[in-house]
Write a protein that binds this ligand. Structure first.
Ligand code: CA
Length: 220
C-alpha cells in the first residue's frame, strides 16, 4: 500500500522516460536547442509535455490559451495533439524566443493552429474577453511571470467553458514554496497563489508533482 508519492530518483526518472516517453522528433530537437540557452530551465520537461497532450485529448480541446510561450515546446506539443481545426492563442513578450518557436511550428506544419500574440498577456486576455470570447476555451496553460499568475488565472477562468481546465506550471517552485527561509517576490507570489486556489470553490483542484509542479484547476 502506498499513501504517498514515490520519490523520483535519477534512476527511476530515467526508467519512467524509458518506458513511457513518446516524443515527436521535432520536440526532441527543440528541447535540445533550448537546453543550450541560459534560460534553459524555463522549458517544461518532456513527460510534462506528454501529460499536457493527454489533457488536450481527454478534454477534446479545440481552443487553447497559453500564457508564456518561450521557445515553443509546450505550444508545439499541444498543437500536435489538437485536431486540425484547433487553435492555441499563444501569449509572450519576447520576439527572440518566439522566433525559435515559430521556426519549429512551421517545420511541424502546425502554424495554422497557433495564433501568436506578442505583448503583455493581461492585455491580450482582456482583449479576448472584450471581444466576447468568454466561456469558449477548453484548456489554458499558464507558465509566465509568477507575480502575474493570479491575474492570468482570473482572465483564463472567465475565458474557459464549464469543465475546462487551466494548468499552472512551477507551483512547487523547486521546493522554495515550502522553505520558510525563502521570501523573494516570486516565491511569496506562488505561496499566496497556491493558498488562494486551495480555498477557491469555483474550481476542482489537483496539484501534480511532475516537473516543477503542475496544478490543474477545472472550472465548475
Ligand atoms: Ca515553467
Amino acid at each position: 500500500m502506498s499513501h504517498r508519492t514515490t520519490p523520483l530518483t535519477e534512476t527511476l526518472h530515467a526508467y519512467l522516460l524509458n518506458v513511457s516517453l513518446r516524443e515527436n522528433p521535432l520536440l526532441t530537437q527543440l528541447r535540445e536547442e533550448t537546453a543550450r540557452l541560459p534560460e534553459a530551465n524555463m522549458q517544461i520537461s518532456p513527460e510534462q509535455g506528454q501529460l499536457m497532450q493527454m489533457l488536450v485529448r481527454l478534454l477534446g480541446a479545440k481552443k487553447v490559451i497559453e500564457v508564456g510561450t518561450f521557445t515553443g515546446y509546450s505550444s508545439l506539443a499541444m498543437a500536435l495533439a489538437l485536431p486540425s481545426d484547433g487553435c492555441i492563442v499563444a501569449c509572450d513578450v519576447s520576439e527572440i524566443w518566439t522566433a525559435t518557436a515559430r521556426r519549429y511550428w512551421r517545420e511541424a506544419g502546425v502554424c495554422g493552429r497557433i495564433d501568436l500574440r506578442l505583448g503583455p498577456a493581461t492585455e491580450t486576455l482582456n482583449g479576448m474577453i472584450q471581444q466576447g470570447s468568454s466561456g469558449q476555451y477548453d484548456f489554458a496553460f499558464i507558465d509566465a511571470d509568477k507575480t502575474g499568475y493570479a491575474d492570468y488565472y482570473e482572465k483564463c477562468l472567465q475565458l474557459l467553458r464549464g469543465g475546462g481546465v487551466v494548468a499552472f506550471d512551477n507551483t512547487l517552485w523547486h521546493g522554495k514554496v515550502a522553505d520558510p527561509a525563502v521570501h523573494d517576490e516570486d516565491t511569496e507570489a506562488l505561496r499566496r497563489f497556491n493558498r488562494a486556489l486551495h480555498s477557491d470553490d469555483r474550481i476542482d483542484l489537483s496539484m501534480i508533482p511532475i516537473g516543477d509542479g503542475l496544478t490543474l484547476a477545472r472550472k465548475r
